[in-house]
Design a protein around this ligand. Structure first.
Ligand SMILES: [Zn+2]
Length: 65
């Protein structure tokens, strides 16, 4: 049986990758003079490549099915 790696487009940068994971995107708001820093986690999972999760704030849920 042939084992063909699935290549999936990253939903963040659009690059096709065979190393993608399911993540929740995190929005970080830096502290300002009138507001404290905040961290907001989106509820809808996205599929990101490995380089995006090292470059952008996110919470890894796990591998895609
Ligand atoms: Zn990416």
């Amino acid at each position: 049986m042939e084992n063909i790696d699935r290549v999936i487009d990253c939903e963040n940068c659009g690059t096709p990758s065979d190393e993608v994971v399911r993540v929740l995107r995190v929005y970080l708001t830096p502290e300002a003079w009138d507001t404290p820093a905040s961290r907001r986690v989106l509820e809808d999972p996205e599929i990101w490549c490995i380089s995006c999760i090292t470059l952008y704030p996110s919470e890894v849920i796990g591998p895609i099915e």
